[in-house]
Design a protein around this ligand. Structure first.
Ligand code: NDP
Ligand code: GDR
Length: 328
């Protein structure tokens, strides 16, 4: 579930490459408007089966699981934008918590042997009291989104303990790509930069430039999800690069790649600050490394470069590659 999102698209590619029969759950409206809503998986549509259901409806989810009887279920669907969760706490909590509960309950009934993955988040750590964060770090979420993920994490653990479900949670730190939604800060920066280069805009308005995140590439992170479901025992794993960078550093690197001075274009906009910020996240994924040999392959530098290059190409602008040498 969540196949139309950033991670869903990379995971579907990974599973197809491994020879899986892939079923994806999408909202009904997506089937009616595939050009706009199925863009990230347009290249996979002839190889995956799509089913209509919503996180808000237990019967819709139940029906799909009863007909597909999955061996593995990756639950990636969520209202995933932290900022929006301040605007509408109610729908974020309802959709994310109930949706996870519906999936777990349906699987328990119709496919109890199914291996289940829950998309937990570093936002569960929030105002973390320990650096770096591990599976043992106490949760202190700072948004309705973070709270919804803690609830989903606890539901997943409880289905494991109470009903013997093979249910695992990944505690994934931020991961990005050229398929990232436009509202998230990394993509906002790389799209904004490409529009400045194309002459379509003159500035880029951002919120808190000092927030620090552990940014990896989504393509690497879906591999960790798959590994979790291949383990004999279900468990919870932190997935992170172990490096942290500020929003300012991301923006500076992107603008410097294009040969532009970020200070001339980036405007810090107080209205984009969050009521409660998560200031510093950095994860320790030693457990995932020890258990199944996972580690991030894509460096921060290459992530920024790939995203800038992709958005510049979409805008039809070339960024001066010469500016790249010596900075990677
Ligand atoms: P996206 O926002 O790109 O994708 C979210 C997916 O959820 C989309 O397929 C969306 O469908 C679907 N969805 C949302 N609401 C509903 C609903 N009511 N019914 C059915 N489907 C719904 O997120 P990502 O791919 O980046 O992330 C995947 C998961 O991992 C999310 O749960 C996110 O919270 C979590 N996560 C992400 C991290 C990251 O850095 N990317 C880090 C840690 C956790 P539609 O296209 O129709 O909107
Ligand atoms: P995050 O990602 O909240 O970490 O959640 P986002 O990119 O939205 O914010 C990261 C940091 O950047 C600061 N920031 C801005 N953020 C946005 N969106 N827009 C801006 O203009 C801006 N300016 C500064 C934010 O304040 C924040 O500190 C993502 C999502 O994918 C979640 O679903 C996931 O669980 C977590 O990552 C791990």
């Amino acid at each position: 579930m969540g196949i139309t999102g950033q991670d869903g698209s990379y995971l579907a590619e990974l599973l197809l490459a491994k020879g899986y029969e892939v079923h994806g759950i999408v909202r009904r409206v997506a089937l009616e408007d595939p050009t706009r809503r199925l863009g990230r998986i347009a290249h996979l549509l002839d190889r995956v089966s799509l089913h209509a259901a919503s996180l808000e409806s237990f019967p819709s989810v139940y029906r799909v699981f009863r007909s597909v009887l999955p061996d593995e279920c990756y639950h990636l669907a969520a209202q995933s934008f932290v900022s929006y969760s301040f605007d509408d706490e109610f729908s974020t909590l309802n959709t994310n918590i109930n949706g996870t509960h519906f999936i777990l309950a349906a699987l328990k009934d119709v496919a109890p042997q199914c291996h289940f993955y829950f998309a937990g988040s570093s936002e569960m750590f929030g105002n973390a009291e320990q650096v770096p964060q591990t599976e043992a770090t106490r949760f202190h979420p700072r948004s309705a989104y973070g709270i919804s993920k803690v609830a989903g994490f606890e539901l997943t653990r409880n289905y494991r303990e109470a009903y013997g479900a093979h249910a695992s949670s990944g505690i994934l730190f931020n991961h990005e790509s050229q398929r990232r939604g436009f509202e998230f800060v990394t993509r906002k920066i790389t799209v904004g930069l490409s529009q400045i280069l194309a002459g379509k805009s003159k500035e880029l308005r951002l919120g808190n430039l000092d927030a620090k995140r552990d940014w990896g590439h989504a393509r690497d992170y879906v591999e960790a999800m798959w590994h979790m479901l291949q383990q004999e025992e279900p468990d919870d794993y932190v997935v992170a690069t172990g490096e942290t960078h500020s929003v300012r550093e991301f923006a500076e690197r992107a603008f410097h790649l294009a040969g532009l001075d970020p200070n001339r274009y980036i405007v810090s906009a107080p209205e984009l600050y969050r009521p409660a910020e998560v200031h510093l996240l950095v994860g320790d994924s030693s457990k995932a490394r020890a258990k199944f040999g996972w580690k991030a392959k894509t460096s921060f530098q290459d992530l920024v470069l790939e995203m800038v290059a992709a958005d510049c190409a979409s805008e039809g602008v070339e960024f001066p590659i010469g500016a790249v040498s010596g900075t990677r």
